[in-house]
Design a protein around this ligand. Structure first.
Ligand SMILES: NC(=O)c1ccc[n+]([C@@H]2O[C@H](COP(=O)([O-])OP(=O)(O)OC[C@H]3O[C@@H](n4cnc5c(N)ncnc54)[C@H](O)[C@@H]3O)[C@@H](O)[C@H]2O)c1
Length: 247
């Protein structure tokens, strides 16, 4: 049985989707959770919302220091927040490229730095970042997003090596399709689109034949970030219904 009793966690992107499901699950399992998001998280006992623009590093560091004052210590960091701004290479826009890198890659890496020293000093910590199958498999108009997810998997490995002897385990979870608002592109839910039905369902590219619910990703995160995980570090666990298993 997983227990988060006595543990404090930061969950970025916890106002919606996968982050919200993760924050709620960790609280059900006994944690106190600080949500970092530019939107207010749903109010609930043991979930405290910190309004943070993750593209602003100073704001990230200030929020971490505020959580230390509010909760005393931070045992767990879950990096979930992300943006996906479609851009073909030929039309690549420097502003959206920079924004994608800032939120999806720079913020999670620096949050690892901001919480990692104290975790190492205390001899215990768990970090889990949400990447994507896009770290290893690409599609057009996704270059900035794909770079950030591949970079975050690399950062996960490096941080895991540096923190291993301090009792801090660092991992990532790579989802495929998840039913959140990120799946809604130009007002169309891609998991309801003909494109998705033809390629992923009828052609059986998606072996489990459905998109995931956020809680299915949250459960994997919750195991990796718990003290039940004692020997997995530096890894990315793919939770994609089997998409990446098929040739
Ligand atoms: N939905 C999918 O199909 C899917 C698939 C693979 C990976 N992912 C990844 O899962 C993670 C969560 O996405 P989701 O599907 O739950 O989407 P979502 O849009 O429901 O949630 C993303 C959250 O990040 C927050 N956020 C975005 N930019 C921010 C900023 N600058 N500052 C603070 N908060 C910010 C949003 O407010 C939101 O609460 C992302 O990293 C995404 O890349 C999603």
């Amino acid at each position: 049985m997983i227990s988060y009793s006595g543990k404090n966690a930061i969950v970025t992107g916890g106002a919606n989707g996968i982050g919200s499901a993760t924050a709620q699950l960790l609280v059900e399992l006994g944690a106190r959770v600080a949500v970092f998001d530019r939107e207010q998280a749903a109010s609930a006992p043991n979930i405290k919302s910190y309004i943070v623009d993750l593209s602003d590093l100073k704001a990230c560091e200030d929020a971490v220091n505020q959580v230390k004052r509010d909760l005393g210590s931070i045992e767990i960091l879950i990096n979930v927040a992300g943006v996906s701004i479609p851009n073909f290479l030929a039309e690549l826009n420097p502003d959206s490229y920079q924004k994608t890198l800032a939120v999806n890659l720079k913020a999670p890496v620096f949050l690892m730095k901001f919480v990692g020293n104290e975790m190492a000093k205390n001899g215990y910590g768990r970090m889990v970042s949400v990447t994507s199958v896009h770290a290893r498999q690409s599609e057009p108009a996704s270059i900035a997003y794909d770079i950030t997810k591949a970079g975050l998997e690399a950062a996960t490995r490096t941080a895991a090596l540096e923190l291993a002897e301090s009792g801090v385990l660092v991992n990532a979870v790579a989802p495929g399709f998840v039913m959140t608002r990120m799946s809604i592109v130009d007002g169309v839910d891609e998991t309801e689109s003909d494109w998705f039905k033809n390629i992923y369902l009828e052609n059986k590219r998606l072996p489990l034949q459905r998109a995931a619910q956020p809680i299915e990703i949250a459960r994997t995160i919750a195991w990796l970030a718990s003290d039940t995980n004692t020997y997995v570090t530096g890894q990315t666990l793919v939770v994609d219904g089997g998409i990446s298993s098929r040739f």
